[in-house]
Design a protein around this ligand. Structure first.
Ligand code: GDP
Length: 486
């Protein structure tokens, strides 16, 4: 069924102004009570990384960019799985990633535990051979969400960390729904089993209520009890990850030009733009010309996760690369081109697109104030007066909305983008800036950060403690009679 903006915001667990803002950038000006069609609901939900509908999940899966092409078929070899670690805060994600990283010192690899590039690889004994696993070392699942929102599927397995002394918590649920939306299999690490109050069975119980049933309970979800701190059962977890991915038949063609995803990027004062690239197909070589989203680059130097300079990097490995013209965006895809000319052509198109979007945003954020709107009204140029209304209580909100409706609106229409009880927040200011609205507060205050944001964006925030005065100013502005404030 259809939902209003407010209902959708409630389901997604975000502020309604966030939804309105997102709609605004899609060219839809909406109010909180507006009903949205199915397609819009899906698009917005996907953007916030929360699947609300089955269709949404399917759409996300379909959008997944195919990294393997027809021409690769004859050259495919097995590639290592790429793994993300997710879970509730403090359940031990960082500790687990550290514990896993340490196993390669045990495996005899020299010195390689220092470099933090956003991803690392470990060697795991598997039968008579060694297999590699790539771990994304980016904290939380934000990166995961951002990449999925762009349609990039980077991970093959999600390790869900649940603390045995705490059980399933809100972010556990969130992680599960993210992994499911991306159609990524889940391996559960029941962590902190060394602790006094650890109850691994209670965790299994709770998870089975979420359709994650442990194998020893007759289900098919792999669950490994571990202690990240004591390093207990880490090898078992790694083995299980390999087992789960074995059936996925992960392959890539090392004999082609690389493509993949930007995992992390930042500007280094000395080195310039630095980006960690996850190679998903092909082999990346020093000197390669590439485009990452709208950013052009020529790989000047590459460093692997042990800090070693490397000349090339194959499928499922991650390297930190230098040589971009600007800092690329994490989550964007990159691809190598035969020469600078063809890379430039691709980037040129993307840059034009990006510029158009930026321009539209700038146009939208042209500074408005009630006084400048009044000026436009007196010239007969103002058609709509966009408002965001925040008041002390719901009763005031309704009273003010009721009175606003009574104002004559033949010449100029009042459009209330958002009305809610509560403080004026930074998000409200962002929305006002993006949509050319003024913020009207009644018996309320500004949240920390909101004032700074208003100053920075030039958003007009007016506060009132008398409804009559508020209405009078709005009416004067609509009639073009409001004098600029001093
Ligand atoms: P994150 O927020 O999920 O990354 O969690 P952290 O890795 O930062 O761990 C949160 C806290 O739990 C830290 O104080 C860790 O020392 C502790 N912790 C993590 N794993 C274990 C474990 O296996 N056993 C015990 N006793 N404590 C752990």
């Amino acid at each position: 069924g259809n939902l209003t903006v407010q209902e959708l915001a409630d389901r997604l667990g975000v502020e309604s102004s966030e939804i309105i803002k997102s709609l605004f950038f899609k060219g839809i000006i909406a109010t909180v009570t507006q009903t949205l069609d199915l397609h819009t609901i899906e698009t917005v939900s996907e953007e916030f990384g929360v699947p609300v509908l089955q269709d949404d999940i399917e759409a996300a899966a379909k959008k997944t960019v195919e990294m393997i092409e027809e021409s690769d078929m004859a050259h495919l070899i097995r590639r290592p799985p790429v793994v993300t670690v997710m879970g509730h805060v403090d359940h031990g994600k960082t500790s687990l990633l550290d514990a896993i990283r340490k196993t390669r010192v045990a495996a005899g690899e020299a010195g390689g535990i220092t470099q933090h590039i956003g991803a690392y690889q470990v060697d795991v004994p598997h039968g008579d051979e060694h297999r590699k696993i790539t771990f994304l070392d980016t904290p939380g699942h934000e990166a995961f969400t951002a990449m999925r929102a762009r349609g990039t599927k980077v991970t093959d397995v999600a390790v869900l960390v649940v603390a045995a002394d705490d059980g399933v918590r809100p972010q556990t649920l969130e992680a599960i729904s993210h992994a499911r939306a991306a159609e990524v299999p889940i391996v559960v690490a029941i962590n902190k089993i060394d602790k006094e109050g650890a109850q691994p069975d209670r965790v299994k119980q709770e998870l089975s209520g979420l359709d994650l049933v442990a194998e020893d309970w007759g289900g098919n979800t792999v669950m490994v009890p571990v202690s990240a701190i004591k390093g207990e059962n880490i090898d078992k977890l790694l083995e299980m990850i390999l087992l789960v991915t074995e059936v996925e038949d992960l392959q890539a063609n090392p004999d082609r030009m690389a493509r993949g995803t930007v995992i992390e990027a930042h500007l280094d004062k000395a080195k310039g733009p630095v980006a960690t690239l996850l190679i998903q197909n092909g082999t990346l070589k020093a000197g390669d010309v590439l485009a990452a989203g709208p950013i052009l680059g020529k790989v000047r130097a590459m460093v692997d996760d042990t800090g070693k300079r490397v000349k090339q990097a194959g499928p499922s490995s991650a390297v930190e690369a230098l040589g971009f013209s600007e800092v690329p965006t994490a989550g964007d895809e990159f691809e190598v081109y035969t020469d600078e000319k063809s890379a430039r052509a691709v980037v040129g198109d993307r840059a034009t697109e990006a510029r158009a979007t930026r321009l539209a945003q700038q146009m939208a954020s042209r500074r408005v104030s009630l006084a400048s709107m009044s000026g436009q009204a007196s010239e007969g140029e103002l058609k709509e007066l966009n408002l965001i209304l925040k008041a002390d209580v719901q009763g005031s909100v309704e009273a003010i909305l009721g009175s606003l409706e009574q104002l004559p609106q033949e010449e100029v229409q009042v459009r209330v983008l958002l009305s809610a009880p509560g403080e004026i927040t930074e998000t409200d200011v962002d929305l006002a800036a993006a949509s050319g609205a003024v913020i009207v507060g009644f018996n309320t205050s500004m949240a920390s950060g909101a004032k700074r944001a208003a100053d920075a964006t030039g958003v007009d925030v007016r506060d009132y403690d008398v409804i009559y005065k508020l209405l009078e100013d709005i009416q004067m502005a609509m009639e073009g009679l409001l004098e600029p404030e001093l």
